[in-house]
Ligand binder design. Sequence first.
Ligand code: DGL
Length: 372
Amino acid sequence: MTKHAARPAIHRRNRPLILAVPLIALALWSWGIATALAAESAGLPRILVLATGGTIAGQADARATGAYKSGQITGEQLMQSVPGLDKLAKLNAEQISSIGSQDMNDKVWFALARRIQEAFDKNEADAIVITHGTDTLEETAFFLDNVVRGDKPVVIVGSMRPATAVSADGPGNLYEAVQVAADPRSRGRGVLAVLNDKIQGARSVTKTNTTSIETFSSANDGPVGYVDTAGGIRFMAQAQGLKRATYQLPAGEQLPRVAIVYSHANMDAVPIEDAISHGAKGIVLAGVGDGNTSKPALDALEAAAKKGIIVVRSTRVRSGFVTRNVEVDDDKNGFVVSEDLNPQKARVLTQLLIAGGVTAPAELQKAFTATW
Ligand code: DGL
């Protein structure tokens, strides 16, 4: 009875302490977890994911077999659909646009370039991953490669199948893109495209197949490296730092008008005259063979160059180089050759050069040849 009666008295006296013990333990436990998480994420690179749309963000109509709409899923949703990304990096996503890349335009390019530069200059990110449609991915990669300063990794990624496809390639590609962006060995390599286990350089990479997931290749020099979840990343050579010229992003949000004219059998001068009448400041010839075209088209290009329109000879052939003064007298006509750049990339470089006030053919040629 005495024993029994004494018990509640002790209990009452010690109640605050008894209550405090689990609270303190809980606080210590959560502090421990928070510290562990902070320590873990402190060691991880900060990657800013800039989403633009494309098939990687596409959704199929459940009733359709192959049809889908690109750019339906946000960058944030994309990231959440890939398990394990948070172990690779501290990720943040921003939506720059939600378009199929057939609609890619100067406005989105300028927004991307400015946001990337800001994130690097203000040290908000250690690397950038851009999600993009595959159709014009190589042009965006090349544009950014020429205007973004610094050596931090910028990786562009897309997919050939929509997110809702049975074996979507987007999640794996995004995982590998983050892996590459997070790797310090990716610094100083310019913009890299990562798709289907391959890492390719912005200058060479091009889309070569309309349907297969094995579509991107670099015809003249092959991939910069390979990536897969089991083997990790293998670069084929050491980074060479920034050897390319970096162009100033022009004020505003538009590049000068430069047209691409595609050459073929029975070619006449009409597409060239059209381009001039629509105000082209430059014309890139997607020529046959070594960037050649018919006599009437060549005469029209010579007349254009005499008027001060920049003429760049590229080729519709998928690999190789366009060489000066072989079949066409470039010195006499005032033409420039694109070297290894395909017509769509030669167009971007011509636009940046014209925007920067470079209009003398010899100076333009130096810029196209700068890589060698
Ligand atoms: N039109 C496409 C684009 O966004 C879809 C193709 C793709 O992303 O693979 O580039």
